[in-house]
Write a protein that binds this ligand. Structure first.
Ligand SMILES: [Zn+2]
Length: 196
């Protein structure tokens, strides 16, 4: 089996109660854990990513707030402070059973990084390197947020030549309209949208 599961940014700051909470985030974490219980063995590689920003800068205009050059987030390019490296907000949501994850990608050190493919493991391996090393041909993508980091990660997976399936029951988006647009873009770009 040459299939990988990419779990994008299921972190406290992106689920209910977080700094940049996405409605339905907790539910995604819960349903992902149930899915892993039943389906983990279908995957030869399961990778989780975490947004992981510097505490002492605006991370390239990604953070907005009174102390930064952008005071108010536009929720397109600038955001409330979130997922600061090492903070509780940057941890995986505890509803996600991380015992199934084989690899962990960190992204966003000092800059915006929506795609898991922009990050690396603690030892410096990129997502593409992990996938190629494992002989992966197909990736399933789940996580948060549909309209940003799931979209960017899945587009990069397609760009890198993988067959991509979006697990549409296991994603949550910032906004309904942009999430629908993201799924449309992904389908038009060659991703398969799967409902379990
Ligand atoms: Zn971020």
């Amino acid at each position: 089996m040459c299939k990988a599961l990419l779990i994008v940014d299921v972190q406290n700051d992106f689920t209910e109660g977080g700094a940049l909470a996405v409605s339905g985030g907790d539910s995604v974490a819960e349903r992902l854990s149930a899915y892993l219980q039943s389906a983990a063995e279908e995957y030869s590689l399961i990778i989780g990513s975490r947004d992981w920003h510097d505490p002492d800068s605006d991370n390239g205009g990604h953070f907005a707030g009174p102390e930064y050059s952008i005071s108010q987030p536009d929720f397109v390019d600038s955001w409330p402070v979130h997922c600061v490296a090492g903070s509780v907000g940057a941890d995986y949501d505890p509803l996600l059973d991380t015992s199934f994850l084989h690899e962990h990608i960190f992204k966003g050190f000092g800059k915006p990084a929506y795609s898991m493919f922009e990050g690396a493991t603690e030892t410096g391996l990129t997502t593409v390197e992990l996938l190629r090393e494992a002989g992966i041909t197909t990736v399933d993508v789940a996580g948060i947020a549909t309209d940003y980091c799931v979209l960017a990660s899945a587009l990069d997976a397609l760009q890198a030549g993988f067959k991509v399936r979006i697990l549409a029951d296991l994603i949550a988006g910032v906004a309904e309209e942009s999430s629908a647009a993201a799924l449309k873009t992904l389908a038009e770009s060659g991703a398969e949208i799967i409902y379990l």
